[in-house]
Write a protein that binds this ligand. Structure first.
Ligand SMILES: Nc1nc2c(ncn2[C@@H]2O[C@H](COP(=O)(O)OP(=O)(O)OP(=O)(O)O)[C@@H](O)[C@H]2O)c(=O)[nH]1
Ligand SMILES: [Mg+2]
Ligand SMILES: [Zn+2]
Length: 344
């Protein structure tokens, strides 16, 4: 029988759901795709196009992951040298934040923008819970800043039905991942877009985190797909070096030509045109602060890393090879858990 193909819509600890032309199959992965010999990066991601062989009614085995068109990755929270592919084959990243509860965090927006642009994905900024906004709140300056930089910024309220129609327009016929901190309203927005889905959302006043516990791909009735993700606390940039960062901050990049030091990083050097522009008010302090935070976080992690995971079973770094088989197995199991549940 010819190989069947499908798309992974959800991944649980030992199996995944694969959507095919014939329906949804619950699949395990071929041993070589999950064995610890493959290295510790989880080899399958939601959105992956895969080949599968059927093993029973509604059941199958994933035999191959087809090359990824795009991916959104971050560094593993506890192992910054390892890539964690959040989702594969999407076109856009809807960066969701909220006016308050939790408060707006520009640093995270910038990290997502960098991760998206580095992969050729379109970043769209969505500021939710606009119903909670009060005059003078930061979201006004923040949205103006990003609009001036050429990004789309949407204001929404999932509970009061504000901006949902515009959001629907932006998502139509595209494949979009919703990303952002826990509790900003990602699942609520998807429920507002498509009421029948009834995704689990955090009850009001809930003090826990990570109401959504796994990544899932959902089809929109109006055309297109959305991917709901668990909220994250930390977004470590993957495969971005310090010298790359300024390129994602166009004004800083331009100003750097006027810096005194040829390799000025604009963090601690004297006679820095970027710092001077911050002092004179020409460059928003918010942007500069975010730039410095990102630079500092990369400094800590800049070590040899494992690269692409399109062929994860062939991508085992030297240091990992030296680890005992037992340690690798434990590590793999632990990371599967971490990936799925995002505990901190
Ligand atoms: N006031 C207000 N509350 C909202 C809005 N959107 C979501 N909420 C509330 O915010 C809380 C968190 O919403 P969720 O949709 O679970 O947030 P999430 O981003 O999916 O969170 P995780 O799944 O943990 O990442 C819930 O109590 C929602 O009812 C909104 O637009 N306005
Ligand atoms: Mg959620
Ligand atoms: Zn400088």
């Amino acid at each position: 029988m010819a190989d069947m193909q499908g798309t992974i819509t959800n991944i649980a600890s030992v199996s995944c759901s694969v959507d095919t032309a014939e329906g949804v199959y619950k699949c395990t992965a071929r041993r070589r795709l999950t064995d610890s010999d493959t290295g510790e990066t989880k080899p399958l991601a939601v959105g992956d196009r895969v080949k599968l062989e059927l093993t029973g009614a509604g059941e199958g085995v994933v035999t191959e992951v087809l090359p990824r068109r795009t991916k959104l990755s971050r560094a593993q929270p506890r192992d910054h040298r390892t890539e964690h592919v959040i989702v594969a084959n999407v076109d856009q990243v809807l960066i969701v934040s909220s006016v308050r509860r939790p408060p707006l965090r520009v640093g995270l927006i910038d990290r997502y923008i960098i991760a998206a642009e580095a992969e050729g994905l379109e970043p769209i900024i969505c500021i939710n819970k606009i119903d909670l906004a009060q005059p003078g709140d930061e979201h006004e300056t923040v949205s103006q800043l990003y609009r001036e930089l050429g990004f789309s910024v949407l204001f929404t309220s999932a509970t009061e039905d504000v901006g949902i129609e515009s959001l629907r327009g932006v998502l139509r016929d595209k494949s979009t991942v919703l990303a952002g901190h826990s509790g900003v309203g990602k699942s609520s927005l998807i429920n507002a877009l498509q009421p029948g889905l009834e995704l689990k959302i955090a009850p009001i006043g809930w003090r826990g985190t990570h109401c959504t516990s796994s990544v899932s791909l959902l089809k929109l009735d109006g055309g297109g797909y959305v991917v709901d993700t668990p909220g994250i606390r930390e977004f470590g940039l993957w495969d971005i070096e310090r010298r790359d960062v300024a390129q994602f901050f166009p004004r800083i990049w331009e100003l750097s030509r006027e810096c005194h030091m040829p390799d000025c990083t604009h963090v601690h050097e004297p006679e820095c045109a970027v710092k001077a522009a911050v002092e004179s008010g020409e460059l928003p302090r918010l942007r500069y602060k975010s730039y410095v935070e990102i630079m500092e976080s990369i400094e800590r992690w800049e070590e040899p890393r494992r690269t692409d995971v399109d062929r994860p079973h062939e991508q085992v770094s030297q240091s990992k090879r030296r680890l005992s088989r037992r340690t690798r197995k434990q590590g793999l199991r632990r990371r599967w858990q971490e990936d799925l549940e995002e505990p901190q």
